[in-house]
Design a protein around this ligand. Structure first.
Ligand code: AHR
Length: 656
C-alpha cells in the first residue's frame, strides 16, 4: 500500500497522511542486534528521604527502642492535670544488649500517665484495618495496667485497649487495635494506669496489612509500586548509605539480619548531610535488612544487586580509608554474603538464611564493590576484592564504581584502570540538567564493545541543579530521561543495567529531590519519571532492532527534536518502538518496518504526555501525568504516525 495514503487512528482522531512525512523512522525488523539483558531496567533503593524507616518498612513507631541520642525523640510526655509520675530512660538489665535503652514509666496512680509517639512525621492509620501493637514490658513496682490509646490529629480517640499482669522479667505483650477513623497524623499513647512502675522497650505498631501480610513487614502500597514497574533488578542498600560518613558508620549487612531487637540502631548519614535539610530524627533501625531485601527481590521478580562497602567512607565526607592490609574483614563480608544468598543450608551463612525461613538460595549473580568511589584508593581496593572474589566466585559479576560524575577527571581516571583490571560492570552516575540527557543519547554509540559493561546506576534529570531543593519531578525531566534511555536501549550490548535514583521520598521528611516515588504516611504516587521507568521495563523486548531516523533536527548543542529506539519481543512476536518528542510541536512521521511482510491491523500505543513540560503528579492528582493506552488502526508495515508534542510513546506492533 502507498504509505502516503494511509490513515492512522491517533487517540481517537483520524490523522490523514496526504504528503510524505518529513521525518522517517526506519526499523530493520529483520536485522536483530544485541540481546537485551532481561534485568536491564531496574531499581535503585537507598534509605534516603525516609525511604526505609518512615517509608518501606511499615513500622509506625519512631524510636521504638529509645536508642536515639535524644532517647525520647519522637515521644511526648502525656501528663493530664491530675496525673503524677516520672519518666526515665535506663540501660541497666536491658531487654537486649545491642539496643540497651528502655523507658521506665512510674505513676502515682492519680490518673493515667505516660508517653505518646508521633510516628515518622505522621502516624498513618486507616479505618477498617487492624494494627498490631507489641512491646517488651517488665513489671517493676505494683501491678498497674498499660493503657494503649490511638488518637487522631484532632484529639479523637480512635481505639484503646488495656494490658495487665506483667512479670518481673522482660516479656513481649501484644494487642490489636482497630482505629475507627482514618488519620494521617495519629498518635499512639502508652500510659500506666494505676499506681506502680513498668519498663517498656521495642514499642511497636504495625499494620496487619503489609506486603504479603507478613508480620513486621513492608508497606504494601509502596512495594506494589515497585512490583508494578516489573523491575529487572533491585540495587540495595544505596547509595552513600553504604559508605557512611566515617567507616564506623558504614552499612554492615551482618548487623541487619536476625531478630530486630538485635539489629543495632545506626544514625543515618542523611540525618546531618545537608545543612539546608537537616533531619535530626533520621536513624536506621534496620528493620528492613538484608534478608528482607533479598526477599523483596524475590517477591517482585528482580535480581538482587547488593552493594558493599569496600573499605572507604564517603569521599564527600571523611573519605576515611581502611588500610589495604586490613581489608580482610571487608572482603570476608562479601564472601559471607554470597554464602548467605546462595550457599547450601549446611554452610555457615546458608544455615542462617535457612533459619530465617528461606532454605532455597536467593540466586545472587551480581555484587557491587563500593558505591560512588573514585581515585587510586578505590582502584587498589577494588583490585583486592576482585582478586579474591573472582577466584572463589567466578560466577558472580562484580559492579565497580566510576565516581559521581559521567565525564569528569575522576571518571576518566577510573575507566582505563577498571578496563585493565577486566572489570565486569562499571557503575556510572549522572545527575544533570534535562538538556544534558537530551544531548547525550549517543554517549554509548562509541563505547568499546569488548570492555566492561555499563551499569547506569544512578541518574535523574535535575530541573534546577543537583541537590537544589527546587528540583521538580516534571514532564520535562521525564522526557529527557526517556530520550536518554532510548540511547541506553540502542546500546544494550554495552549497557546492561540502568536505574533512576533516588527511589522513594517521604514528602514530610526528604533530603533530596527529585525522586521517583513520593509518599506520606498513607499515600503514594508515581512521578512522570516513574512512568517512564515503568514503560521501559514493561516494554523491554529481547533484542535491539536498528533504527534510522531521517529528517529530524539536531541543535548545535546536540539536542534532537525526536528520539527513537526499537526492540523485538520474541515471545509476543511484537516490535516495540519507543519514541520521544520533547519539543513543542507535534511531529508527523513515516514509520517503515523493513523486512516484515505484514502486521496485525491494531497497534497498541501507550502515550505519556501532559499539558506542559512543568506538569507533574501530586497526592491530589497522582495520575495527572500518566500513560494512556489506545489502539491504533494501521494497514501494513509502512505507516504514518504523529507524535504529539512533549510526549513519550510506546508502540507495540504485532507482526504476522
Ligand atoms: O542518590 C542520592 C545519592 O547520590 C547517592 O546516595 C549517591 O550515591 C549519589 O551521590
Amino acid at each position: 500500500m502507498n504509505p502516503k495514503l494511509q490513515t492512522v487512528l491517533l487517540a481517537g482522531t483520524l490523522v490523514f497522511a496526504t504528503a510524505a512525512s518529513a521525518v522517517t523512522i526506519e526499523i530493520q525488523s529483520d536485522q536483530p542486534g544485541a540481546k537485551i539483558n532481561p534485568a536491564m531496567w531496574g531499581i535503585f533503593f537507598e534509605d534516603i528521604n525516609f525511604g526505609a524507616d518512615g517509608g518501606l518498612y511499615a513500622e509506625l513507631v519512631k524510636n521504638r527502642g529509645f536508642e536515639f541520642p535524644d532517647p525520647l525523640m519522637g515521644w511526648t510526655k502525656i501528663s493530664p492535670s491530675l496525673a503524677k509520675g516520672d519518666l526515665s530512660v535506663r540501660d541497666d538489665a536491658p531487654f537486649n544488649a545491642a539496643n540497651p535503652h528502655y523507658l521506665r514509666l512510674q505513676s502515682e496512680g492519680t490518673a493515667p500517665f505516660g508517653v505518646s509517639n508521633e510516628g515518622f512525621r505522621g502516624l498513618g492509620l486507616r479505618q477498617g484495618e487492624a494494627y498490631d501493637f507489641s512491646a517488651q514490658v517488665r513489671g517493676v513496682v505494683g501491678s498497674p495496667a498499660l493503657s494503649l490509646q490511638l488518637y487522631g490529629a484532632d484529639g479523637t480517640l480512635l481505639d484503646a485497649v488495656q494490658l495487665k499482669g506483667f512479670s518481673s522479667g522482660w516479656k513481649k505483650v501484644t494487642a490489636t487495635l482497630h482505629p475507627k477513623d482514618t488519620d494521617a497524623n495519629a498518635r499512639l499513647c502508652v500510659l500506666v494506669d494505676g499506681k506502680g512502675a513498668v519498663d517498656i522497650d521495642m514499642v511497636s505498631l504495625f499494620p496487619q496489612h503489609t506486603w504479603k501480610n507478613r508480620p513486621g513487614g513492608l508497606r504494601a502500597d509502596m512495594v506494589q509500586m515497585l512490583a508494578d514497574m516489573k523491575p529487572g533488578f533491585l540495587r540495595f542498600p544505596g547509595g552513600c548509605i553504604v559508605e557512611g560518613s566515617v567507616l564506623e558508620r558504614r552499612y554492615q549487612w551482618k548487623n541487619t539480619i536476625g531478630p530486630v531487637e538485635e539489629r543495632k540502631l545506626l544514625i543515618n548519614r542523611w540525618n546531618y548531610e545537608f545543612l539546608h535539610r537537616p533531619t535530626p530524627d533520621y536513624f536506621q533501625s534496620f528493620g528492613l535488612g538484608f534478608f528482607e531485601y533479598f526477599q523483596l527481590c524475590e517477591d517482585i521478580g528482580a535480581q538482587p544487586l547488593p552493594i558493599l562497602n569496600c573499605g572507604m567512607a564517603c569521599q564527600f565526607n571523611s573519605g576515611e580509608l581502611c588500610p589495604l592490609d586490613q581489608l580482610g574483614p571487608y572482603i570476608q563480608d562479601a564472601l559471607d554474603l554470597i554464602e548467605f544468598a546462595n550457599g547450601p543450608t549446611n554452610s555457615t551463612w546458608g544455615a542462617k538464611r535457612a533459619a530465617l525461613g528461606h532454605p532455597g538460595p536467593f540466586n545472587l549473580k551480581m555484587l557491587g564493590v563500593g558505591n560512588e568511589q573514585w581515585g587510586q584508593p578505590y582502584i587498589d581496593r577494588y583490585a583486592r576484592f576482585a582478586t579474591v572474589l573472582k577466584e572463589k566466585h567466578p560466577e558472580i559479576q562484580l559492579v565497580s564504581a566510576a565516581g559521581p560524575s559521567p565525564d569528569d577527571e575522576r571518571f576518566k581516571f577510573a575507566w582505563p584502570k577498571l578496563r585493565e583490571l577486566n572489570a565486569d560492570i562499571v557503575d556510572e552516575h549522572c545527575y544533570a540538567k534535562p538538556d544534558w540527557f537530551l544531548a547525550n543519547t549517543h554517549r554509548y554509540d562509541h563505547y568499546d564493545r569488548n570492555g566492561p559493561k555499563v551499569f547506569m546506576g544512578e541518574y535523574a534529570a535535575q530541573s534546577v541543579a543537583i541537590v537544589s531543593t527546587k528540583n521538580k519531578n516534571n514532564l520535562d525531566c521525564a522526557l529527557a530521561e526517556a530520550a536518554y534511555m532510548t540511547g541506553l536501549e540502542r546500546n544494550a550490548d554495552v549497557v546492561c543495567l540502568a536505574s533512576y535514583a533516588p527511589l522513594f521520598s517521604n514528602a514530610e521528611a526528604w533530603q533530596w529531590t527529585p525522586d521517583l516515588i513520593w509518599v506520606d504516611s498513607l499515600h503514594v504516587y508515581g512521578t512522570p519519571n516513574y512512568y517512564v521507568q515503568q514503560l521501559f521495563a514493561r516494554n523491554r523486548g529481547d533484542v535491539v532492532l536498528p533504527v534510522t531516523l531521517s529528517g529530524i533536527e539536531t541543535s548545535t548543542a546536540g539536542v534532537q527534536n525526536l528520539y527513537a529506539s526499537a526492540t523485538r519481543d520474541d515471545q509476543a512476536g511484537e516490535i516495540i518502538l519507543k519514541v520521544v518528542n520533547p519539543g513543542a510541536a507535534a511531529i508527523e512521521t513515516q514509520i517503515n518496518l523493513e523486512g516484515i511482510a505484514d502486521i496485525e491491523p491494531k497497534v497498541k500505543a501507550t502515550v505519556l504526555t501532559s499539558a506542559g513540560l512543568n506538569e507533574g503528579n501530586s497526592f491530589h492528582a497522582p495520575r495527572n501525568v500518566a500513560p494512556v493506552e489506545t489502539d491504533l488502526n494501521v494497514d501494513g508495515p509502512h505507516l504514518t504516525h504523529t507524535f504529539t508534542q512533549h510526549s513519550f510513546t510506546v508502540l507495540r506492533i504485532k507482526t504476522r
